[in-house]
Ligand binder design. Structure first.
Ligand code: 5GP
Ligand code: ZN
Length: 114
């Protein structure tokens, strides 16, 4: 059993403001939001990042994106739009080595991202 931070949140041994949960994924508010609305969606299974996901994880990745969509809807972001981000590895600034999809909205996003 892995003991990474997001595995602990998935097991509910570390508290988080949970927004959505099903058999495959958990969504919760980011502790340091960078947008008025900022949530994270994680697989309950420990996968280090999108690059470490395998073909057998394909259904799980579908659940991850579907949950990101549902969280955005639940948080009222559908009309204004929102951004989904998966940071992979050091150059992208991935700081937690458990796959997660950021769901951010509530302000105009810049492009290109920093
Ligand atoms: P990354 O930089 O790896 O793409 O994103 C990691 C995210 O996890 C960051 O936005 C950070 O604020 C968030 N985070 C780190 N530790 C915790 C925590 O203990 N609880 C919650 N809810 N979010 C966290
Ligand atoms: Zn983990």
């Amino acid at each position: 059993m892995s003991t990474c931070l997001f595995c602990e949140i998935a097991r509910r041994t570390i508290p988080a403001e949970v927004l959505l949960e099903n058999d495959h994924v958990l969504a919760f508010r980011d502790i340091r939001p960078v947008a008025p609305t900022h949530a994270l969606v994680i697989p309950k299974k420990h996968v280090v990042g999108i690059h470490e996901a395998t073909a057998e994880d394909a259904p799980l990745l579908g659940h991850l994106l579907g949950a990101a969509r549902d969280v955005a809807e639940k948080l009222g972001l559908a009309a204004g739009g929102y951004r989904l981000v998966i940071n992979q590895g050091p150059d992208a600034g991935q700081s937690v080595l458990h796959l997660h999809c950021h769901v951010m909205g509530g302000r105009q996003m810049a492009w290109p991202p920093g």
